[in-house]
Every structure is written in C-alpha cells, then in structure tokens.
Design a protein around this ligand. Sequence first.
Ligand code: NAD
Length: 472
Amino acid sequence: MTAQTDLNNSLLTAIQPDHGGRVILDPATGEPIGRAPEHSVVDLQEAIDAAKAAQPGWAALGHAQRTSLLNKAADAIEAHAEELARILSREQGKPLNGPNARFEVGACVAWLRAAADTPLEPETVVDDGTTRAVLTYRPLGVVAAIGPWNWPMMITVWQLGPALRMGNTVVVKPSEHTPLSVLALVKVINEALPAGVLSAVSGGREVGEALAGHPGVDKVMFTGSTATGKAIVRSSADTLKRLTLELGGNDPGIVLPDADPKAIAEGLFWGAFINTGQTCAALKRLYVHQDIYDQVCQAITDYAANVPMGVGLEEQNVLGPLQNASQYAIVKDLVQAAKDSGARILLGGNPDPEAKGYFYPTTLVADIDNTNPLVAQEQFGPALPIIKYTDIEDAVKMANALEVGLGASVWSSDREKAREVAARIEAGTVWINEHGAIDPRVPFGGAKQSGYGLEFGVEGLKHLGQPQIIKG
Ligand code: NAD
C-alpha cells in the first residue's frame, strides 16, 4: 500500500475536526497526514467537568464490571489494530514491522488486559484477635494522563488502563507531536466505555500545563522529560495532587569480560536501537571491558550494518526516522561533537543532507570519553557510544555518575556474577543479558531524577488508588 492510499483510513478521518486544526506531517516524508484539533482551556474545563460527573457511576460499577468493559475495549483495539498501526507509523515514523507500530498496538492490548485482570485483594495488615486492620484502595477521582511522542499509544494505555480499572475517570493529553494516534486510540477504547469516563484534549504545552495544575484533577500520570516533570511537581503543590512521574533516562549497559560478543550483539543492538533509539529505557551508553572491547565493537557493527531503515509503511523496514526536527538536531549535533572530539565512528554518523525525512543513520561511536556529551546527555536517537573500561569498579562508578536512573543492564556468561553487579547500579530496573524488556506483570519506574512512582502489575494499580485502612 502506498502512503497516498493509506490516507483512506476511516479512523483518521473520524478524529479530524470539520475545519481548521493543526496539520500533522509524516516525519519520514514531510507529507501532511491529517489535522489535529486544537483544544482550548474551555474545552479542557468541559472534559474535566464530564470526567467528574461520570466518576461516581464508573466507581459504582465495581471491579468485575470495569474489568469486563476494559477487556471489551481491548477487543476493540484488536479489531482496529491495522488501522491504528498505520496512523501510528505515519505520525510517529516507526515502521509497521519489527518492534514498532504493530508491536505497539499489540502492547496496548496486552497492557490494557493486564490492568483489567490483575487481582487486587483487600490486605489484612493485622488480625490478632483484638485488633483488625484491613488495607483497601478507593478511587482517587479524575486522573490526567499526559504523554510523550515516542511510544504515544502504549504509554497512554499504561496510564489510562490502571486508572480506569481502579474506578477513576481519565482526561488524556497527548504530545503535540503525536496527537492523531492517541485520539484514534481513545476513540476506539470509547466504543466500550460509558460517556465521560475517558476523554482527550489535544493541544500544546499550555493545555498540558492547564490540565496538570487544574484543581479538578486528583492525580497526574506523566511520562516525558525530566524538565517537564519538575514543572508538574511545582504545579501540583497547591492541591497536593498525587503524581506518577516517568521521566528521562540515560541507561548504561556494562559488558563483563566473560560475555560472548557474538551471542550478545543482537540483544545489545535492540536494547539500544529499539524505536530508532527513541525509547526512555533504551541502552544509551555501553561500557565494555578492555579484554573483549574490539570483539564487541565488531559484533555489534556487523549486526547493525544489516538492519534496514526507511519509510515506515514499507514492510521491510524496522528502523525509521527521528520523530521531529528538534530531536534530529539534538542527535546530529551530539554525534558531530563526538566526531570533533576525536571519537572513532564505527558505523553511520553521516546523515544525508538531501533526505526528505528526519532520517539519521544507525551510528556506533567507539573510543569515546565518558564525559563526552554524547555519553553524558540523553541523546534519544540511533547513536550508541561504546566506552572501554578496565576495572569493574570504574564501570559501576561511571554507570552511577549521572542524575538519572531509569534502566540499566549487565551482560555476562555468569548470571550470578551479573546479578551482583546489577545490585550496585542506581536504576529502577537492571536487566541481565537484555535491555528494556518490560512486562505488564513487573513494576517499572525510575530512580533518582528519572521520576517516582511505579507502573504495571499490582503495584501499578495501587498507585492509582487512595489507600484506606478500615480498623476494627
Ligand atoms: P516533554 O516533557 O517535552 O512532553 C511530554 C508531554 O508534556 C507533552 O504532552 C507536552 O505537551 C506536555 N507538557 C509540556 N509542558 C508541560 C507542563 N508544563 N505541564 C504539563 N504538561 C506539559 O517530553 P517529550 O519530548 O514528549 O518526550 C521525551 C522524553 O520523555 C524523554 O526525556 C524520554 O526519556 C521521556 N520518556 C520517559 C519514559 C519513561 O517511562 N520514563 C517513557 C517515554 C519517554
């Protein structure tokens, strides 16, 4: 199917305003793909009023009925999966194939079903014959779900799934870079939900700011940059809103000297380059022991050189463009600065100035200093710096040196040894011999300035409820 015929997407037509709106461009081609409504603060007030009005009825349905309706919503996503994946691919840039657009739609279904089905039983904290105390979780009220542009649909489901399951109503604010895919997702989920329970407002930072600071909002689920996370903390102060903040990362990976370079090359590659590097918990700086440094550099280069990048609707591609101009400029400038500092380019580093889209080639950079900005800053694109170390103490110190701590990984043929190193790393999740492999049953959240609060699993549900003790 060509890009042009793909515009005959009824879901895409249905979410566009009758007139006006903001034109959204395909980052792979520069072609317009649709118009997103520009909601005002008045629209936002209406959405919050509707969410407030719908919340008591939604809470009164109880867990079993909400579970059933959320599973129906997951059925609806499955029924529209290909349409959703195509909107996502065109808007975000990620290819249909590989761990990309179709995969993301599949993850929406999996995470929504997990939020619907995970049991959360009342917890008897004490029951000794004289004292009885039971911990339960009441709904919080209205939840704001504010998301980024890299995994726009999946992250929206991470936020709204547990919120709805716990009896809250939700107002979603997608990133201004990727509103269409999220509006389409919300429309599909709403096929299964009562009116007012879930709505979306589309607009820029000012709409996000108004939503996050609104007195009618009881909790903000936010995924995005650390800087915006801090702004949300400040705007939550007056009403003491509950917050879950999933913020930026700059994940280290440490390869121990006993690892097998050829065996780990594929895992290292996808750990770093999933979604063309635009993933919060992707491997962004790789520390390799000097004994196997050259072999690891060679193995990952051999693998990376054969991974196709291109327009997302073309089925053979599994890497795509950067999503927007500013992200492209960040990656280009950081790699250029690394080159200027004398670092060695193993692959890529030479963007085509004539390219129509924001394509930056898969780039591997060796012999780079740990203080280089390509290492120390969150580059959020398809460029991986590979740093040599001699002493594991230094590698752990370098891994822990930054203010962020989302994910990390340790690679070794000895799992026990890897776990010992993992326990010393300041990150919310440390993977062994893989990186970024999330699971709806396993809690996920950041350490240090990568945020606070947990998502997924039973812990994720608890973060969307008000704990209440009934004693006596
Ligand atoms: P961003 O912070 O620029 O924007 C995220 C959202 O916040 C957008 O919807 C935006 O409109 C809104 N917003 C902006 N200012 C606001 C304000 N003052 N109050 C309320 N909302 C406001 O982030 P981005 O550039 O879209 O996303 C990339 C960043 O997100 C990266 O740093 C990445 O690491 C991080 N991220 C983290 C996770 C995670 O799970 N930890 C997942 C994905 C992305």
